[in-house]
Write a protein that binds this ligand. Structure first.
Ligand SMILES: *Cc1c(COP(=O)(O)O)cnc(C)c1O
Length: 367
């Protein structure tokens, strides 16, 4: 099955063209590298594209989450509801504010389970952080109703959800949104992030927090940090954003083909009615006892499948560790059964054929 004459198909492949090279050179030659007009332009372009009028660019997705929590007033003693199945950054950002992440199991589409969330609300709960995992926006009508009932702030972890929408709302436009522009995300700046909101005041606050609480030079009205994006990052990002809609359509077309053509051993992801899934990852479920064999077969055939994520966050030593065992059954099942297939826009039709044919051979072998 393995054919070493064929190129390895990687799980992520950032596109860096002459446009990015020219943009970086332009900024280098301008002599202004720290936050300035390029960052402002990036914020404006991203806000228009995403459908979130107010944007604060920051240094990365983790600092975007930290800033979003901070502007909602999350502080020491507070609890924030975080899904157990996400990247550790979601929980680490809560810890950065001094608050405590309270882990919640997942439900449909690997999104936060609101029934489990309800069981975990206490009088210290201050916010909920839905994670739009793999590029599918969480059902925010349900999250909004839940947050209103319990008087909670909402931070949307939209690190994987650029351009995603659901029920007429853009990711990052319902609560305070936090996006990542890390090198492997749907659009990238190397490292980078953005905070989004419908509310201008929230973003004014975010802009102060990213710059030491300054209003004018050496006037500090509150404490803050240096979480600024550089002009170099912003210039790369603006170029990336000019091609993001096209890339996203390509991801969706690739996902459609997988969903139609993969054998039944692979349970495909779903796109709920009213949702626009941006397929940061194309995630299938396979039988738990076969997952690691299937993964090795793909890798041996030159297809860079991966597992995001192999361990629920609370099971990590940094959080609850072994005491988490058995407490997040859906997250544990997901960690053991999912497989992410390459779905980035640089995959060719021939690559799709090859991935489907390898998948079919694996299904036949393991049937
Ligand atoms: C990438 C990611 C982050 C963190 O973003 P960075 O830019 O790497 O700091 C947070 N949450 C999720 C779900 C992510 O995928």
């Amino acid at each position: 099955m393995s054919d070493s004459s064929q190129d390895f198909i990687g799980i992520a492949s950032p596109e860096i063209t002459e446009a990015e090279e020219r943009a970086v050179l332009r900024v280098l030659r301008s002599g202004r590298l720290a936050q300035g007009p390029e960052v402002e332009r990036f914020e404006q372009v991203f806000g228009e594209l995403q459908g979130t009028p107010h944007v604060a660019a920051v240094s990365n997705g983790t600092t975007a989450l930290h800033t979003a929590l901070h502007v909602l007033g999350i502080k020491s003693g507070d609890e924030v509801l975080v899904p157990a199945f996400t990247f550790a950054a979601s929980a680490n950002a809560v810890i950065a504010t001094g608050a405590t992440p309270v882990f919640v199991d997942i439900a449909d589409n690997w999104h936060i389970d609101l029934a489990d969330a309800a069981a975990k609300v206490t009088d210290r709960t201050a916010a909920i952080m839905p994670v739009h995992l793999y590029g599918l926006m969480t059902d925010m009508q349900a999250v909004s109703a839940f947050a209103a009932e319990h008087e909670l702030g909402i931070v949307e972890d939209a690190a994987q959800a650029h351009l995603s929408r659901r029920d007429g709302h853009a990711a990052g436009s319902v609560g305070v949104g936090a996006f990542s522009f890390y090198a492997t995300k749907n659009a990238m700046t190397g490292e980078g992030g953005a905070v989004t909101s419908q509310d201008a005041e929230v973003i004014e606050k975010a802009k102060r927090f990213r710059n030491h609480g300054m209003t004018t030079r050496y006037t500090h009205v509150e404490w803050g940090l240096n979480l600024r994006m550089t002009e170099l990052q912003a210039a790369i990002g603006t170029e990336q954003l000019s091609r993001l809609e096209k890339w996203t359509e390509r991801r969706r077309a690739i996902a459609d083909r997988f969903t139609q053509e993969l054998p039944s051993l692979f349970t495909p992801p779903t796109e709920p009615d009213g949702a626009y899934h941006v397929y940061h990852q194309y995630t299938v479920e396979v039988p738990v006892e076969l997952r690691d064999t299937i993964r090795s077969r793909f890798i041996d055939s030159g297809i860079g499948v991966d597992v995001y994520y192999p361990t629920p966050v609370p099971s990590q030593a940094a959080f609850e560790g072994s005491s988490a065992e058995g407490r997040y059954p859906a997250a544990e099942r997901a960690a053991a059964s999912i497989l992410n297939l390459p779905v980035h826009h640089q995959i060719t039709d021939a690559d799709i054929d090859r991935i489907v044919s390898v998948a079919s051979a694996i299904a036949e072998e393991l049937a």
